[in-house]
Design a protein around this ligand. Structure first.
Ligand code: CMP
Ligand code: CMP
Length: 247
């Protein structure tokens, strides 16, 4: 969330943060309450529970550890807390107040989320991901640029990144069985993804992916891929059938 800030803004934000020691077993946030702070975890771990409807028991939706942040939604959207968060060990948190958040972080964060929502709404693969988790992809995805003609992926190399196309077009090429030269086996447009096979199978890259135009991509490393797209592994595997005729 703070990645898009300039250095000066980051320094002001860090200075404004207040250390809070919270013992094990306490609620830091209760769903439905008003909220005036967002928190960054310095030490310890916490659990997040969300009640999805009135008659339902709250469900554990997430755990937090050092470096994670939470409690941003109430500040971003002036809404009641959307979930409850409890310490499971003694914790040291840094709290950022609403005023500093509004002055420094909010505008950039709202813009970044809007831009990102626009991109991910085009990615069919992500349709079934919980909207909150989907919005968190913005926090872990790295923007990558490619120029027309660049090899974004080279067949045979080790791979540890998964790509989503924000803008531009690409082709996958591959040396097919019994042939000498690579042939085009797939064409990509905005909203498509590639680079999942090396991560799913732990094998070298199975094809080249070459930019046909200048491109804007979002890259997820292995850790982010597993965390965010882990629940989609079955869908990703099923989708690899589309490559079968070009092996
Ligand atoms: P906020 O609504 O301010 O307070 C509760 C926090 O829980 C929320 O911000 C998010 O940071 C966090 N949270 C984690 N998972 C979810 C979820 N699935 N839906 C809503 N909030 C979530
Ligand atoms: P990966 O093997 O990680 O890197 C190359 C990517 O090209 C691969 O993942 C797929 O996303 C994509 N690709 C497109 N067509 C094919 C194909 N016929 N065989 C294998 N990979 C393909």
């Amino acid at each position: 969330m703070f990645a898009s800030l300039e250095k000066k803004e980051k320094d002001i934000t860090v200075d404004a943060m207040e250390e809070r020691k919270v013992p094990k077993g306490q609620w830091v946030i209760k769903q439905g309450d008003d909220g005036d702070n967002l928190y960054v975890v310095h030490e310890g771990s916490l659990e997040c529970y969300k009640r999805f409807s009135k008659n339902e028991e709250p469900k554990l939706v997430k755990t937090y550890g050092p470096g994670d942040s939470f409690g941003e939604l109430a500040l971003l959207y002036n809404a009641p807390r959307a979930a409850s968060i409890k310490t499971v060990t003694d914790c040291v948190l840094f709290a950022l107040d609403r005023e500093t958040f509004n002055n420094i972080v909010k505008d950039a964060e709202v813009k970044r989320r809007e831009r990102f929502e626009h991109i991910v709404s085009k990615v069919e693969l992500l349709d079934s991901v919980d909207p909150y988790e989907r919005s968190k992809i913005a926090d872990v995805a790295m923007p990558v640029k490619a120029k027309a003609g660049d090899y974004v992926i080279k067949q045979g190399e080790p791979g540890d990144k998964f790509y989503i196309i924000e803008d531009g077009h690409a082709v996958a090429t591959k040396v097919l069985h019994g042939k000498k030269d690579p042939e085009v086996v797939y064409e990509y447009k905005p909203g498509d993804y590639f680079g999942e096979l090396a991560l799913l199978k732990g094998e070298p890259r199975a094809a080249n992916v070459i930019a046909k135009t200048d491109m804007a991509l979002l890259a997820l490393d292995r850790e982010a891929f597993n965390r965010v797209l882990g629940p989609l592994t079955d869908i990703l595997k099923r989708n690899t059938k589309k490559y079968e005729k070009f092996m």
